[in-house]
Write a protein that binds this ligand. Structure first.
Ligand SMILES: *[C@@H]1O[C@H](CO)[C@@H](O)[C@H](O)[C@H]1NC(C)=O
Ligand SMILES: *[C@@H]1O[C@H](CO)[C@@H](O)[C@H](O)[C@H]1NC(C)=O
Ligand SMILES: *[C@@H]1O[C@H](CO)[C@@H](O)[C@H](O)[C@H]1NC(C)=O
Ligand SMILES: *[C@@H]1O[C@H](CO)[C@@H](O)[C@H](O)[C@H]1NC(C)=O
Ligand SMILES: *[C@@H]1O[C@H](CO)[C@@H](O)[C@H](O)[C@H]1NC(C)=O
Length: 399
């Protein structure tokens, strides 16, 4: 009985201690554990920002969000500022989340979450608003440009925040431009210029200006201009035969490149008009001889021009006589020469080989005869002579 009473008392004491510990713990929570927690936010203009404020342990103390101008936006679940863009997402003792839609650059700043303990505890979250760069524009292009012109292409984009980066590409290959950044209010105007000495190779070249910016991860902005370059023609003559012979067909082409295209081209022979022959046909840029004649020898010239200039090329025609090709046809002469050399070398080989064979047969016979002097029969003679003849004997065999 006494023992039982004692046990009850002990249990009560233990319970009391437990109660005390629990009480202490909750006071601990109430003072130092009751903190609002927030995070900085970054939103692209036009987007929606969610501002969340959390408290781990809350003994039913109210939470509040206020904007950079210190105006209260929400006090618990109660809206305090008349702004349709600001809405309540979640309100509880442990969280107050509001959303700001269609964010503008003016919404940027320090937002405050307050927890109304004594004293009031606050946490600050910075809302960063990214300015989306506008579509870039390329300026300074003259169409068409003339070869040798110096032009400066300028690419400009407004409204970026932070300042955008501009990159130039010529036919997909990056080239360096000169960048300039000017602030205008909260955003930046970025320009990049490119100085070009226009070349005929620039005709049809695409110059692209690309905008690089954090707010443009999915939709890169760019502008492209294709250069049109006018230049004076440049002419060359190509021919279908290397050694034109009498009676052959020959085609000369006047390859001219110019912009605008120099059409048509003009052919002359020895400074005068082409002789009016049925064998010579001019068609577009081509001059064809259906059957070449010795009388066609001469200097042929083609000329092309556009409004920027004139260019010409000459071709010296020398009609080879097919009967005299032995002298004039290096192709045949070369082949003949090669054949002659081959025949000569073969003959020499045969002669040398023949002489070699004849000489060794001779030695063999001599040796055999030498051995025979001190041997009873021919076989022994061979064996006797073997010491110095065997190798040569074999050699002969193999040949
Ligand atoms: C904001 O919160 C709402 C509701 O939870 C969610 O649908 C939306 O995606 C969030 N927006 C952002 C930018 O996190
Ligand atoms: C939030 O932004 C402010 C202002 O830009 C900065 O001072 C602070 O360090 C940032 N806090 C965090 C956690 O990034
Ligand atoms: C940027 O500012 C400089 C100096 O203030 C000025 O000379 C220049 O023209 C400006 N550039 C642009 C693109 O506004
Ligand atoms: C070359 O032209 C001359 C004179 O026009 C002509 O007599 C001759 O037969 C021609 N030769 C050939 C191979 O066509
Ligand atoms: C043309 O060249 C050939 C060489 O094959 C020559 O024999 C001939 O006399 C030349 N004719 C003229 C008209 O110059």
């Amino acid at each position: 009985m006494i023992l039982q009473h004692h046990l009850v008392l002990t249990l009560c004491a233990v319970y009391g201690i437990l109660l005390k510990v629990t009480a202490q713990k909750s006071t601990l929570r109430g003072s130092s554990g009751q903190h609002p927690l927030v995070q900085n936010q970054t939103v692209t203009e036009g987007g929606t920002a969610n501002m969340t404020c959390r408290v781990e342990y809350n003994d039913q103390t109210s939470l509040q969000w206020s904007n950079p101008a210190q105006q209260t936006l929400f006090f618990g679940d109660k809206k305090a500022l008349r702004d349709n863009r600001i809405e309540l997402v979640r309100a509880s003792w442990s969280e107050l989340t509001i959303s700001i839609s269609e964010v503008t650059l003016a919404d940027e700043g320090m937002y405050t979450c307050s927890l109304f303990t004594m004293p009031v505890k606050t946490a600050k979250a910075y809302l960063t608003v990214l300015g989306v760069p506008e579509m870039p524009e390329i300026d300074g292009l003259t169409k068409p440009a003339l070869e040798g012109d110096e032009i400066t292409l300028t690419c400009m984009t407004h409204g970026s925040k932070p300042a955008a980066d501009l990159r130039w590409f010529r036919n997909e290959k990056e080239i360096k431009g000169a960048k300039e950044v000017n602030a205008s209010g909260k955003t930046f105007t970025v320009t990049s210029s490119l100085q070009l000495l226009v070349d005929r190779d620039d005709d049809g070249a695409a110059y692209t200006c690309k905008v690089d910016h954090v707010a443009l991860l999915q939709t890169p902005q760019q502008a492209t201009e294709v250069l049109e370059v006018h230049y004076a023609p440049r002419v060359v003559i190509t021919n279908s035969l290397t050694f034109p012979q009498e009676g052959q067909y020959l085609k000369l082409e006047c390859v001219s490149k110019g912009n605008p295209s120099p059409d048509p081209v003009m052919w002359t022979k020895d400074g005068g008009e082409l002789p009016d022959l049925e064998r010579m046909i001019v068609e577009g840029r081509e001059l064809t001889f259906t059957t070449l004649n010795k009388t066609d020898n001469g200097t042929y010239r083609c000329e092309a021009s556009n409004h920027l200039g004139t260019s010409s090329a000459e071709y010296l025609l020398y009609v080879y006589d097919p009967n005299a090709m032995g002298q004039h046809g290096p192709d045949h002469a070369l082949i003949g020469g090669v054949v002659a050399v081959v025949v000569f070398v073969t003959l020499c080989l045969i002669i040398v080989l023949g002489r070699y064979l004849a000489r060794h047969k001779g030695t063999y016979l001599t040796n055999e005869a030498k051995g025979a002097d001190d041997a009873p029969d021919a076989d022994t003679a061979i064996i006797n002579a073997e010491g110095n003849t065997h190798a040569e004997e074999k050699k002969e065999y193999f040949i």
